[in-house]
Structure formats: structure tokens, C-alpha cells
Design a binder for this molecule. Sequence first.
Ligand code: IPE
Ligand code: IPE
Ligand code: MG
Length: 261
Amino acid sequence: MFKGLFQKPVHSMPSEVTMDTGGLDMTNIPQHIAIIMDGNGRWAKAQGKVRTFGHKAGAETLKTIVRAADSLGIKAITAYAFSTENWKRPVTEVHFIMELLSRYLTSEIQEFKENNVKVRFMGSREGLPAIVNEKMDHAIEETKNDTGIILNLAINYGGQAEILHAVRSIAAQAAKGELNPEDIDAALFEDNLYSKGLPAPDLLIRTGGDMRVSNFLLWQIAYSEIWTTSVFWPDFTPDMLVEAIKVFQKRERRYGGLIQK
Ligand code: IPE
Ligand code: IPE
Ligand code: MG
């Protein structure tokens, strides 16, 4: 599905990311991995630190995992950074996360460009601080010609909000007479989602031990394989990513059909 969309990266990722790829089938690497990066707060608390300390550490983990993913040949990572429900948290924590996002998008631009990482986003831009919106636009603009791994950050993202957004936009087109209700099919619907143009995730990873989807990618994960770990996100390592992919490679994806043996 990604054929033609991606060319060989111009630069390879820094060699500082090391992982044991023994036993990994390099011909069956998931193209798109979605990650619910959960457990930052508990990770910090376990060390007697404030929750925000965990968010800072979590941002570092994301950098490492994107590098590792790229060197494994993964074509896209969709990372859940802030949900539409996370606004319910104390204002100090929300402010910290917004500032962290803004700083991350500034400090990483050079690294993204050097490593051919293309940044995109999913979620509602409404309600985000102006500075975050500016940094998001800047990151898109600066990396628009990059042809390597896609880093798709879900910020102010909710699966239900995304579906409602798509429904509203389709309904508006129908009301204007631009399309007939009979024309609404899965492909048209997907073209109205934030994830337009990205194939569905092959693998969904959730760290932090909870067994729920938390309003992430409700449409797109219809047939994604799911892998969870009780490890908190700041402790997630490239070796754990390899482990998740190894489990993925043992799964039989049937899509509701039968595999002839
Ligand atoms: C995930 O970690 C990051 C965000 C939701 C922004 P949490 O902050 O949810 O950490 P826990 O789950 O409370 O430990
Ligand atoms: C999901 O984690 C959101 C992100 C990782 C950004 P939450 O911590 O918000 O999910 P719940 O509250 O445990 O379901
Ligand atoms: Mg959480």
C-alpha cells in the first residue's frame, strides 16, 4: 500500500539506537504502528516525582522509538500524545504538556529533517494554544518534502470526535448537492478522516497495562493486531518494539475470512 509513497531515506538514522533484531523477519515488518503512550504519570510517581517529570521522559522515549522504527523499516508511527479527554486534567498538567509539545516540535525539527522524517498530525486544531498550532504548521512545512518515516502525532485527538468531524463534512457536501448519500462508502469516509492517505495501522501498541482503546483510532483499528505491555511508556525500549513485532509476526490475520492450509 505504501509502494511509491515512500522512497529510500536520504539519510539513515543515527546509529545510537541499538536493538537486538535476532529472530525478526525483516520481510514482514508492520508498515504502520499506532502507539498509546500510556503510563507517564505512574512512572514518575513510582519514583516519588511529579507527573510532569514522566511526560518529559515520555517525550524522550518517543524520539528513541521513532529512530528505532525507522531503522526497522516501519513506514509510519501514529503516536497518541494528547486526547480530547485529557483536557479534564489539572490545568497545570495540561499547560505543561502543551509547552512540552511546543518545545518538542521546535527542538526536533532539525533531527526530523536530517533523518527525512515527515511530520503530520491528527486531531482538532481548535482549542489548542496558538503557539502549539504555529509549531505544528511549522513542522508540517519544514518536513513536507521528506520521504522517510511518517511521524503522525495525535494531539487533541479523539476517535469519536474524528468520526463526527468526518460526518459533518460529508453531510455539508451532501447538503450542497456535491455528493449523493449513495456515494458514501468506506473510501469516501476515510478521505474525510484526519488519517486520510495513511493505511490502517497493522499493529496497535499500548503501554501502561490498561486494556482499553481510550478513544484512539476507532475506525482505523478495525483489523489492527493489538499488543500491550504493563511497562510504563518512559521505560519502553527499542527491544520491546522488536518484541511486539515478533508477536505480530506470529499472528494470523484473517480479516473475517479463512486461511487455506
Ligand atoms: C500518557 O501518560 C500521556 C498522556 C495521556 C498525555 P499518562 O499521563 O496518562 O500517565 P498515567 O496513565 O496517568 O500513568
Ligand atoms: C490515553 O491515555 C491518551 C494518551 C496516551 C494520550 P489516558 O491515560 O488518557 O487514558 P485513560 O484515561 O487511562 O483511558
Ligand atoms: Mg494514562
